[in-house]
Design a protein around this ligand. Structure first.
Ligand code: SF4
Length: 351
């Protein structure tokens, strides 16, 4: 992507690290104004894309991601669950579709899937796609052949977060390298699958790390189509439990910088959302966030998180992007964050 200086909302991939740091250093009002201006050039500012996430295989992951309760190395009391049956996943997807979701993401706690398991997941992808839903998966590292197999099964998006900066990476994960992440992302892109990749804030990283992380994403030849920005969900038993909390305005800053750097990507307000005030979420939408998750288990009525989200959308006049005709409009905006362990698990499932 080459820049066109006359059109600041156009995508470009030649950002320098100094430019990114300069954005972080802007006065808050200037930064948010710029981000909202770029946002309006590319999106309806009152629409937010809504996806649903289902954990199809939970826990017992051999990796050591310091934020993740699904790692087998940390005692967090999480119950392991084997890979779900295809029929069950498709039934959950159907329920999500009927409630207004347009994209269905399947997350599995793997370092990378075994080919035997991948065959099963390909069937899930086919089944979910046959319902008319967009499909997304997050399964850890993929080989180029595995990425191609998922593409052939009809996978639309693959989530694989870079988590943090290259320089801070080994403070968070030691069982794989930053380059491993980039290699999987390259395989996904090469296979023709849309890329979803972002990171987690509040892990003790510096603003410079946050700038470097966004710089890595924004200088990809093609920006990720989705950029989840997660706030660490601290889980007792993981090494990052007790980390110093992030200044909420620093989180908003990061959303705004991501919006400016990657003007046509969906910037996802992701894990940690349920711990944010309504006012902070509103600021994030103002700064250019335009995608969120709800969890399938939150589709039941009477859930206070769901009701809070309904009210927030109504108060802000936000509509779900591309809601299906015939879906229940009262359910469609039921957008709540998924529960903590799933959120925190999004180092690889950080959708
Ligand atoms: S973030 Fe993913 S790869 Fe890391 S421990 Fe958790 S499930 Fe495993």
């Amino acid at each position: 992507m080459t820049p066109d200086p006359s059109r600041p909302g156009e995508p470009r991939s030649d950002w320098t690290l100094e430019e990114v740091r300069g954005l972080f250093a802007l006065p808050f009002a200037d930064l948010v104004f710029q981000a909202q201006s770029v946002h309006r050039q590319n999106f309806d500012p009152n629409e937010v894309q809504v996806s649903t996430l289902l954990s199809i295989k939970t826990g017992a992951c051999p990796e050591d991601c310091a934020y993740c309760p699904q790692s087998v190395r940390y005692d967090t009391g999480l119950e392991r669950e084997e890979l779900m049956a295809v029929e069950e996943v498709v039934a959950r997807a159907r329920a999500a579709r009927d409630a207004g979701a347009t994209r269905f993401c399947m997350g599995a706690a793997y370092r990378g899937p075994k080919d035997r398991d991948l065959r099963v997941i390909e069937e899930m992808v086919r089944g979910v796609r046959a319902l008319g839903l967009e499909t997304c998966a997050t399964l850890g590292m993929l080989t180029p052949a595995q990425a191609l197999a998922l593409k052939e099964a009809g996978l639309d998006y693959y989530n694989h977060n870079i988590d943090t900066s290259a320089g801070y990476y080994d403070r968070i994960i030691t069982t794989r390298t930053f380059q491993d992440r980039l290699d999987t992302l390259a395989a996904v892109r090469e296979a023709g699958i849309n890329v979803c990749s972002g990171g987690i804030l509040g892990m003790g990283e510096s603003e410079g790390d946050r700038a470097a992380m966004l710089h890595t994403l924004a200088t990809m030849e093609q920006h990720p189509e989705s950029v989840p920005i997660n706030q660490l969900v601290q889980v007792e038993g993981t090494p990052l439990a007790g980390a110093a909390p992030l200044d909420p305005l620093e989180f908003v800053r990061c959303i705004a910088v991501a919006r400016i750097l990657m003007p046509r990507s969906h910037v996802r307000l992701s894990a940690g959302r349920s711990e944010m005030s309504d006012e902070m979420q509103a600021l994030c939408f103002l700064a250019g966030a335009n995608s969120i998750f709800y969890g399938e288990r939150l589709l039941t009525t009477g859930n206070p998180d769901v009701e809070r989200d309904q009210q927030l959308f109504a108060r802000l006049g936000i509509r779900p992007e591309g809601a299906r005709e015939g879906s229940d409009p009262t359910l469609a905006p039921r957008t709540a964050d998924v529960d903590g362990w799933r959120c925190a698990a999004r180092g690889h499932s950080g959708v």
